[in-house]
Unconditional design. Structure first.
Lengths: 458, 458
């Protein structure tokens, strides 16, 4: 077995340039799920991946239409009934690109500079799709088979909270049945492999404050018309107290305290976490320190962030206007055992309580992303650890993710399936301009995947 | 004399179509002073008005370059030394046009519908320039002369606080010397002529809150990185208390209380003011009632309005970002005897006090616009009253303006010149989409101006 996996790894090395060219083609498709203008690109991207699966010899490969982006599915089930079946998850949609003018090279024209591959989605999460596919291709070419049965499930709505996935999963229980699910979203820092064992849930809301029927002149109505932007500020200013604690009543209900062993594991990461964050953010001081350690606040406590504010005049110079309306977008990260529907309702009720006879307040909410708890140990986790030992030369740290992969919570709740994670993204700039992947980790990721699938049976 | 003024009025009526065509040409020039992209248009607009002055036979007509928009000057001084000299002020620059998609017809393509002339700047304040010029043209054509000596002074920076005007005035004391200044900016509601006797000052500021060195993923840094948008909200939320009172320390220092006779005059306007505001704004309830009556709050107390907020993601859907920065634009209206420099400094100090080790705060300020107190009675005011009696059939109400004409405070402080106001704008939509002037008041404005200039000497 060791020999055959080495043949697959050698194959991947020999075909590195071709594998990379295919990756660049994949990255050129602007599969931005948050903006309806890219809908055709999402469909094109799904079809492109389906064609790749068929080329590899996967069966039943197709793009399933949904209410939103298509689901890409395909299977290779010839390993035999005594071998486990793995459901491999990744997502082919990407974040929007703004602020576009901060990109050194265009986000959908992949560019290699100093050993880095720059492109929107290169880390999050097109490498999750592509590295798995290339590991399969290498194993099939070198060994004629895969060591386990594989179903791939690539979605195109992860960046918008997977609104169509829950009904899709509910209608396709049989199709998706597997022994466990491998989540290939996210990644590790250079020389610091990690395995995610928990992720936060996420909910979103958009608040609009409306005052006068039209924009007004502040010289005519300043002092008598309630300016909606003042109310926007007042609400945002009232979402946290001075310690950084979220003030939405009941927000922290049901937050599960961490067990002492996990707290001490997180404490051991703390100096490293803080140092990394200083370098990454350019900040010396962090926020909300009364609430807990850096690691706990970043991963094990719920949060609320305003992601965008708008209203009135934003051009050069000044404009003496009282705008008719203004608003903001917000996301909240949730942890076990918070119920997203419950927290969402508490947020809506709290924000609406700021309405007065002088302004009205509208709150639009999005899909519910549940927090998730994944495998902490067992043979599948051990298969990942041994793969890292073989390719990175060290075992992985177990980490909580501060981010969210809503599909995981959905799977857990819909299928009762255990989950673990193996992500290939090593680089920076997720959800920001100039996202890049370190090219060295492209080949290494394929080798890690090959080891992992073999380790599941040997 | 009555006969000759009637000849001028008849001339204006006979040439109404030509006068209107010229007005439309003037309105087609997009003289937006707040946006540097329109600089060439401002210069073209100034040259266009200079050419018109020359055509009328004005002497020394020229566009004076300044650090910003040109000043248009011209004079007709042949009335004789026994006649008064009037310095006529108006401004040819206009407000920006956004939100552009709310305009029924394009803002710089004048459109006449239902007796209304729609165009950006038609009220504020191109009619101030044009109606005076057409009154002069009619008098010169019908009578061969003007009843008084006239100097015109049209600026192109009023909408941005006239930053270049103070040095210009200081360098041109002799050029601008006159017995008094007529301010043709603003106007009256239909059948309700008004004379402005006070206007508020204005100062502006732009606040930027900066946190991390780049946009961050809220899943990675939510709960540990201080979100600049939270601080934007916190500052805005702390600019007023629950009663609507501005909380900047010392903001109300030096506010001159109104004398009882003025308070009772304002009280007599109150029901009418409130009713008009309800119709105009679509609001039933107004703001800050504990601070004073509607009229007092709208005109005789200082105010602070946030005119625009920005930061993070504003497109469709959501984006889980902690932006590197966010901010807001603010203007404050001031009354006698507030000192704009003093209030500006108090605002800067207060906003900067929100800086923490986790975010920095930058405040950029603009020019200082002083509050102004104008003629309340005397022969010039009486000349306006008689002009209104002749053309509107009633005398004007004396009003405080809630808005600002910074050039007036500058003249008052630089030249010690008395001021009064005769504005021709009757319509709606100042500083908003679909600005329009009632066409009936175009011709009536020219007649009012003709009467006024004659009334000064007879």
């Amino acid at each position: 077995m060791t020999d055959s996996r080495q043949q697959a790894i050698d194959y991947a090395r020999a075909h590195r340039e071709r594998f990379l060219e295919g990756f660049l083609d994949f990255l050129r498709i602007p599969s931005v799920s948050t903006d309806p203008a890219y809908r055709a690109d999402l469909e094109r991207c799904a079809d492109w991946v389906v064609a790749e699966l068929r080329r590899l010899g996967f069966s039943n490969a197709r793009a399933y239409p949904t209410g939103g982006s298509p689901v890409v599915y395909g299977e290779w089930l010839e390993a035999g009934p005594d071998r486990p079946t793995v459901l491999v998850y990744a997502h082919y949609d990407v974040q929007p690109v703004d602020p576009l003018d901060e990109w050194v090279t265009p986000p959908f024209e992949p560019s290699i500079r100093d050993g880095r591959l720059y492109a929107r989605g290169v880390i999050d999460d097109k490498c999750g799709v592509w590295v798995n596919l290339k590991a399969f291709e290498a194993m099939l070419a070198a060994e004629g088979r895969l060591p386990v049965n594989v179903k791939v499930f690539f979605e195109g709505e992860e960046e918008i909270g997977s609104p169509s996935m829950e009904p899709f999963i509910r209608e396709h229980h049989d199709l998706l049945r597997a022994d466990f699910m491998l989540v290939s979203d996210g990644g590790s820092r250079p020389d610091d492999p990690t395995i995610m064992y928990a992720a936060r849930g996420i909910i979103e809301a958009e608040v609009t404050v409306t005052g006068p029927a039209r924009d007004l002149h502040s010289g005519l109505y300043g002092g008598v018309v309630h300016n909606p932007l003042h109310v926007v500020g007042r609400i945002i200013g009232a979402l946290h107290d001075d310690s950084g604690r979220v003030t939405v009543p009941g927000f922290y209900d049901n937050v599960r305290p961490l067990p002492p062993e996990e707290l001490s594991m997180l404490a051991s990461y703390e100096p490293d976490f803080v140092e990394m964050a200083r370098k990454d953010t350019g900040l010396q001081a962090f926020w909300a320190e009364p609430l807990g350690s850096f690691s706990v606040r970043a991963t094990a406590l719920p949060t609320l962030d305003v992601n965008g504010i708008w209203g009135g005049y934003q051009g050069p110079g000044s404009k003496t206007v009282i705008p008719a309306r203004g608003g903001f977008k917000v996301t909240m990260r949730l942890v076990a055992d918070q119920d997203p529907a419950d927290v969402q309702q508490k947020f809506v009720d709290y924000v609406r309580s700021f309405a007065t006879p002088t302004v009205s307040i509208d709150v639009q909410t999005g899909p519910l992303g549940w927090p998730v708890t994944m495998m902490f140990d067992g043979p599948q986790v051990e298969a990942i650890q041994r793969a890292y030992e073989a390719t990175w030369g060290k075992r992985a740290r177990l980490i909580r993710a501060g981010g969210s992969v809503p599909i995981m919570g959905m799977f857990q709740r819909e299928l009762g399936m255990p989950l673990t994670s193996l992500g290939y993204g090593t680089g920076e700039g997720v959800h920001a301009p100039n996202e890049y992947m370190l090219l060295d980790y492209f080949e290494r990721g394929i080798a890690t995947a090959i080891h992992f699938f073999h380790n599941l049976v040997a």
